[in-house]
Ligand binder design. Sequence first.
Ligand code: ADP
Ligand code: ZN
Ligand code: ZN
Length: 688
Amino acid sequence: MPDSNAAIPDSLAIVRVAVPTPLRRSFDYLLPAALALGHPGIQPGIRVLVPFGNRELTAVVLQLDSRSALQTDKLKAVISILDSEPMIPAHLLSLWVWAAKYYQHPVGDALHTLMPASLRGTASAKIKIRAIDSQQSRTRHTYPAEQQQLLNSAQQAACEQITGALGRYQGFLLDGVTGSGKTEVYLQAIARARAIGKQALVLVPEISLTPQTLARFQQRFEEPIAVLHSGLTARQRLNAWLAASSAQAGIIIGTRSAVFTPMLAPGLIIVDEEHDGSFKQQDGFRYSARDLAVMRASAEQIPIVLGSATPSLESLHNASSGRYSRLQLPERAGVANKPAFVLVDTHTQNMQQGFSALLLDHIQRHIRDGNQVLVFINRRGFAPLQQCGDCGWTAECTFCDARLTIHKNPPHLCCHHCERRHPIFRHCPDCGGKSMQAVGVGTERSEAFLKQCFPATDVIRIDRDVTRKKDELERLLAKVQHGGPCILVGTQMLAKGHHFPDVTLVAVLEADSGLFSADFRGQEFMAQLLTQVAGRAGRADKPGEVLIQTRHATHQSLQLLINRGYHALADQLMLERQSTCMPPFTYLACLRAEAINSQAPMEFLMKARALIEQHCASQLPHQAIMINGPLPAPMEKRANRFRQQLLVRAHQRHDLQQLLGTLCLQLEGLSSQRLVRWSVDVDPQDMM
Ligand code: ADP
Ligand code: ZN
Ligand code: ZN
């Protein structure tokens, strides 16, 4: 029997490393004395080259040890040491390792996916930091320069509290209505952090959707700003990363993955639009950048501000339990007033192509007064459905449980879930009938209809189809910014943080889809979206109006939202979550499995369920864990795969963590795991 914990001679040391593999574990290697002598400073965060199978891989040192759980003669040796200083500072490395564990993701893969691509290879890290390429980070279009504002008293109080916490951890929820001047608070708090030489990290949902926000930061600060988003080249990304880690850049603005950017002198973290779903990665390493940002701030002993006009129920819960302090901006800043809301019952209206007569009247009036109108539709394409007028047959995707959307330019049908395309049907494949109809309204159809109704007015469509062309979104947004009457038609892209001073009317074509969603967060998402879209109206000195069309005008949630606002509805949803034991009152994980074979996912999840029950019986108090499923996913078939899910809830986060840690290792060992694609999503955001 070999001694499995053998001490090794002093001349040898063990390094425990993260290797980019799908295995949920770290690996031990010998550090040959010759190498160690050449690099006396070897420490966690340094990259090393190691043999792995028949390959050589770049790994990150997690730990140094003098012992290994394996026999030392079984261990392979490190080939070379790639860095002289840690690429990832120690405290950030622990956050990464913690995150991989918390989200049940293989640590090596997690580290690998988050490092700039240039560091995943063997390139020396002694790369010269180039001045951040200002061309790359500048937005292409100019916006009217905005002066620093004299803060109003609510803003002043918020800013004082935030800056008063510089130098220690404190979580803040900046809960301010749309247009209340949250960004102005960020800017002035950051200026205070900069004045004492500290760096600020600002996380935003999607930079490309809101070039104006970036422009505001760039106008305000006369210093390099490192910008990190998915559109960068490997070189640009590395430059921004190094500029942040050397403190050459005092301000770092980035999307989700920027939460892992090292800072030499961290001072403040801001998460803008904290409710936004894009902070949660939906595949691979399924982390929440918002939640990790809070962990990070606490580890680095700095304040963090989560800002939103429509805070997530999670953050509201953290605020009311005292975990965050709540800062409120109840009024719009400057001269802007809150817009007036009108709910339009489409049953009582004469409707044309989705537009009520009342809405068309309003559009006409606002245009005539020289203002801009924003029409929100949550579907792109011409129409969401092609149907036979004779027998009712509808065109569906053969690979998904979904209908095909009609697009007109060029004419085709398209599945928005798997991107599969199909020619438009001329005849009904079922009854041979010739009266094929386009049912429902998408952005393309509304655009065409509005052009027909208002031939003298610019109609600008903004959705993913139009903005596929590089820089097109920025060009269109700049056009709107420069003013003049126009009608904007678009999807949620228009809801995100834009400041359109000339928009006085916002119309929501159909508010109903979120009311009856299969997702337990459906109503929360609907309320956030409607409030955010509505918030684009009347942001400057002109009063705004919001018209919301619905077939369910008496729906209680909609009534509550319109009459008493987002927080009143949030309070009610919170009570429902509490009585149904859903987050934020419990901790949730979703175990998903999918396969071409329709039975395999269910069988796999049945095994998982049995393992969970075993674990609970032996390790946890009665009813510590609630299990639902396996159940078909709300969209059971997608991209030709059958999908099932198992929901696991716990009253204690720790119980869930312990359970999932054991379960994942057990599942990795099952032979049937090869028959399915499976994943664990901790704190899932999207249940579809
Ligand atoms: P939010 O981020 O909450 O949506 P912004 O910071 O974008 O709000 O502010 C909305 C508008 O109000 C901007 O045009 C901004 O310049 C202006 N603003 C912000 N604070 C003030 C203030 N204290 N006085 C006057 N105008 C302000
Ligand atoms: Zn038919
Ligand atoms: Zn499909």
